[in-house]
Design a protein around this ligand. Structure first.
Ligand SMILES: CC(C)(COP(=O)(O)OP(=O)(O)OC[C@H]1O[C@@H](n2cnc3c(N)ncnc32)[C@H](O)[C@@H]1OP(=O)(O)O)[C@@H](O)C(=O)NCCC(=O)NCCS
Length: 147
């Protein structure tokens, strides 16, 4: 089955693709709110690549690569990794990560980072299985719009 799955960087959003992403979003985050305009803006943004996996023409998984220049070089961050719950365990996420890592190599990114909650064991195993290594770092967040 996974041999019939293709990956691509999404460059325009059809109604069918938007509906598929709307189905995938709650599987990624229960608090995520679907916003088509935000996805359109993201796809058109030079810093972001929404990589999608297709099976029988429909989107069945996705992952985002963010590429940004820093004083220390061109760096990347991976986000939004999710595969439809009915099609997990078939190598689709591995294919998405392979596509993102290929982009990272072709752009000669200095590093590619990601983070995941410790409870997301399948995701952590996935990242380790494709070559990501754990780092000893403190993850912090400031939320500018939170009262
Ligand atoms: C994490 C997720 C993307 C994996 O997608 P998937 O298509 O099922 O993963 P793959 O079939 O490509 O698995 C690749 C490797 O990941 C690891 N893996 C995936 N699912 C696993 C599980 N349930 N238990 C243990 N390891 C797992 C394995 O190493 C696997 O390789 P193997 O099959 O040779 O053992 C999917 O479970 C998902 O969408 N989860 C919900 C969203 C999420 O947590 N996203 C990550 C945000 S940080």
């Amino acid at each position: 089955m996974v041999d019939d799955v293709t990956t691509e960087v999404l460059d325009q959003l059809t109604n069918g693709d938007a509906a598929a992403i709307e189905r995938l979003l709650p599987q990624l985050s229960t608090s995520a709110v679907f916003d088509r305009a935000r996805i359109d803006a993201m796809i058109g943004h030079t810093a972001t690549d929404l990589v999608v996996a297709r099976f029988n023409g429909g989107i069945v998984g996705m992952a985002t690569l963010v590429t940004f220049p820093l004083l220390t070089g061109l760096r990347g961050h991976v986000d939004d990794v999710v595969v439809d719950e009915t099609l997990r365990g078939r190598g689709i996420a591995r294919k998405l990560l392979d596509a993102i890592m290929l982009l990272a190599r072709s752009r000669q990114l200095r590093t590619l980072d990601l983070s995941s909650r410790p409870s997301r064991m399948p995701a952590i195993k996935l990242y380790e299985s494709v070559g990501f290594e754990r780092r000893d770092s403190v993850l912090m967040r400031y939320s500018p719009t939170r009262p």
